[in-house]
Design a protein around this ligand. Sequence first.
Ligand code: ZN
Length: 989
Amino acid sequence: MFSTRKNKTFNIPQTNSKSFMDFLKKIEEKWQKRWQKAKIFEANPNPRKPKYYVTVAYPYPNSPQHIGHGRTYTLADVHARYMRMRGYNVLLPMAFHYTGTPVLAMAKRLAENDEDLIRDFTNIYKIPKEKLKELTEPIAMAHYFHQEIKTGMKEIGYSIDWRREFTTVDPHYNRFIEWQFQKLRKGGYIKRGSHPVGFCPKCGNPVGMHDTKGDVEPEIGEFTVIKFKQDNLIFPAATLRPETVFGVTNIWLNPNNNYVKANVDSEQWLISQESAKKLQHQKRKVKVLETFRGKQLIGRQVENPITNTKILILPADFVDPRNATGVVMSVPGHAPYDYVALENIKKTPSKLKEYGISSEAIDSVKPISLIEVPSYSEIPAGDIVKKMQIQDQRDPKLEDATKEVYRHEFHNGKMKQNTGKYFGMSVAEAKDKVKQDLINEGKATTVYELLNRPVMCRCGTECIVKILEDQWFIDYGRPEWKASAHKNLEKMEILPEEMRSEYQYVIDWLHEKACARKSGMGTRLPWDRDWIIESLSDSTIYMAYYTIVRYIKENKIHAEQLTEEFFDYIFLGKGSPVEIAKKAKLGSKILKAMRSEFLYFYPLDSRHSAHELIPNHLTFMIFNHTAIFPENLWPRQIVTNGHVLMEGAKMSKSFGNIIPLREGLAKFGADPIRLGVLATAELLQDADFSPSIAKSMLVRLERLYRFVAEFTKKKCAKKVPKTLLDIDKWMISRLQDHIRKATEAMDKLAVRKAINSIIYELDQDFQWYQKRTAERKENTAKTYVIGEVLDAQIRMLAPIAPHMCEELWEMMGKKRFVSTSSWPTPDETKVDLVAEENEALIMNMLEDTSNIMKATGIKPKTIYYYTAAPWKWKVYRKVLQKSRSEKVKLNEVMRELASEESLKKRMKDIANFASKLLKEVDKMPEKRTETMLKIEKLDETKILEDAKNFLVQRLNAQIIVYNEENSKRYDPKNKAILATPYRPAIFIE
Ligand SMILES: [Zn+2]
C-alpha cells in the first residue's frame, strides 16, 4: 500500500524553515506542471458523471492582485476541488474584465503622472519604472496585468480550465454581448429616455460602483424643493420631509458661503453658487444675475407658501452649500439639526445684532409640534438631542439622531390638527400627499441629489446627479422582472444564508440603470453604435459563454460567424442547426456539440464573489438570467465572503500593509497562503491574515511532511490486521467523527471549521494515539492505523493545501493525483463507542490524578484506583434507562431495584448512591445518555490495568488498581466507596 522508495526528485531538506520553504516551492512547481500535463482540470462533458459548475467574478486587470484578492478566488478553488473529490465533473473557468472605468481610469492616472499611483506601482508592486510608460495605454495595461494576475493564479494552484480563458474585448465576446442585448431589447428590458444618473462632470460619463473611489454606489434621492418667497424672489428650500412644512420656523443659510440670484427656467431663485452649476445638469436653464455672501441675506424675512407666515432667515454653519440648493427650511420640532442650531444661536444673541436681529425676535422663534409620536414628547427632536447629549450643530451624532426620529415618525407618527387637511394621516401617507399637492399648486418642485455624497469618481472629481437624455437603460424597475428575480432567489442557495435579505432588498430597490456610455473599451450597442456597453452590464450572463468558448478557439471560428441565430440555437435551442451552420459556414456537428456542452454545464451551480457585489453584479446576474434563459437554467447558488484584514487592520496603501499576492506566494508558499486566508474566518466575517499565520501553517505542513517521510520508510500493513487493540479501534473511531465533521463543514463552505477538524482536532487525537502507542513495537496494527489516519487527513486537506498533499500522496505510494481521488466518507461500522469510552476513562483518570497532585503538592510513590462495584453499574443503568422517558423518581427506581435478589441486602447504600446519581443524570445531555445506554458496562479494572505502563510513565508513580469489592484492597482512607461507573476513586500516597 505504501511505497518504500525515497522521494526521487528532491532530497529531504535540513531542519530550518528557509530551506523547507525552498523545498515547498519546488513541490509547487512540480505539481503545477504535472496537473497541466495530465490536463486534470480540463472539464469536458461526461454523460456518466454528474457535473458541477463553479465560477468566480472575473478580475479587472488594472493592477496586480494582493493577498486580499486571494480569499474569494481561493475559496472558489477550494470549493471546486472539494466537489471534484466528491465525484463531480467540475468546471472552474476564468476570464478577464477589460471593459469599463477601472482599467481606463488607472491608465489615465498613470498618463497624468499621478504620483501616488506611480509610488504604489513601483514601491508596493515592484513594477519597473521603464515599464510604466507602456501601461499608460489602457489596452497595454490590461494585457500586462492580465498576464500578471494569471501567473499568480497558476502559482497559487487554482484548478482552472484555462482553455476557456477570454477577455471582454475579444471580438467573439463582443458578438455574445450584442446577442444578449438584442434579447434584452426584444424582451422589453431596455429603454431609452431621460433619467437621473450618478455622473462625473470631468469624465463626462455616468458612474456606477466600479467607477468610484472606494467602490461606492451613488445613491440618487429626489428632494422636494419648497418655494419660500420674498416678493418675487424664490428661496427654494430642499427637503426629504415635505410634510414638515407646517412646522417651519425659519430658513437657514450658511453665512460664509456664496449665494446667487439666478434665473432658473422662468423664475428667480436664490441658491448657493454650487447649486447653480449643478442644476444645469438637471435640465434647467440657469442664468446667474448677482452673487452674494450668505451673511448679506441673514435677517431678511420670507413667506411660507403653505401657512403664509413670515419667517426669518438665520445663519447656520451646518448648511452645506454643495447639498441640493444650499437653502434649508428649519423644523426644530422634528429635525435634530435644526433644533441644535436654534439652541446654539439663542445662546449667543449678541452675534445676531450685526444682522439687525433683536434678541426678542430670536426668542420668539420656538419649535412647532406637528406630528404625534408615541413615547415622544411634543418636540421629538428635543428629546433625542437630550438623550444623545448633542450640543453642537456639527456633531456627527446628529446623523443618527435624524435617522432615529425619522424612523419613529415615519412608522408610528400621525399628523396633528395644525396640518389642516392632512390631520390624522400617517406620516408615511402625508409625506407623498403634501409633496404632490405642493407641486400641483406650483408651490414646490423637485431636484435630485446624491444621498451618500460626497461620492468621488476614480478621477478625483466629486460626482453629481445628471439627467441624461436619450440614454440607454436596463429597466430593473419592471415589476414582473423583479418578480422573476425574487423567484430565482427563493430557489437559490445563498451562502451565508444571512445575506439573503440583502438580495431581497436590492431586487426591490433597483431601478433603471444606465447601461452604455460614449467612451471606453467594450462592446458597442448593436442598434446604436455610438454607445459602448458599460462594465456592470456586460458581465451578467458570461458564465454561459465559458461553456462554448473553447470550441470557438479550437475551431478558429471568426467573430462574424457568431450571428444572433447562432447564439439563439446554442443557448435557447431555437432554429435548425443544419441551416444555421450552413449560413454561418460551420459544420453542424460543431454547433450541436456547443449546444450540448452548454446544456451539460448549465445551469451554474455556484457563483463566488465578495459581499460588496451583492448590490450590483450578483443581483444583475439574477435579473439577466431570468430575462434570457428558461427557468431550469437559472443559477442555483451564490457564495459571498468578507474582506481580508492584515493583522487586524484594513488593508490600505496608506497603512503600507498591502502584500502583493505573488510576493506573498514567493515568501510564504502557496499552501500556507491558501490556509492563511481561509483559516481565520467563516464566510460572513472578515478574515485576518498575518505573516505569522502563514508561517505557522508552513510549520504544520513541514511537520506533517517529515512525519510522512519517516513513516513511509517503514513496512506497512496491506490489509486490516486481525488484532486491533482498543486504542487502535479508538483512533479509527475518532477518525470517522473528524471526517463527518469536516464533510458537514465543507458542504456549507465553512472552511474554517473544516480546517479546524482536519488539522487541529484530528491532530490532537493522533498525538494522543502516538503517545499511547509509543511503547509498542512496530506492528502491522499500529502501522495500519497511522496509514488510515494519514490517508484521510491528506485527502481532506487536499482541496485547501493541494501541492503538499499531492507530494504526500505520492510518498504514500498512492496512484495518480490526490486532486482526483475521492473525499473520504465516514464509515459507521468503524465507530466504536466502547473503545471511545475506554480511552475517555484513561484520559479522565490521568487528568484527575494530575489535578489532585497539583492541588495537594504530593509527589506520589503509589497511586491507587478503585473501580466501581458491579451493583453500582446496575443502579447506574437503571437510572439512565428511567431518565429516557420521564423525570426520574427515586422511590420508583428503588422499587424496581428491590425486586432483584442480589441487591436486596444493600438497599440503604443503593438509596444513597441513586439519589446522588439522579442529580447528575438530570444534567446530562440526551446524546450522552444515549451513548452510555448503548454501552453495557466497561471493565474498568482491565482498562486501567492495560494502560498501566502508560500511566506509570506519565504520572511517574506505581499504579495499583482494585475493584471496590476486593476485600484485600489497600484502602486506608476508605476512598473506594466513592467510586462510580466511569469515575473510579483515587488515593495517592
Ligand atoms: Zn471622473
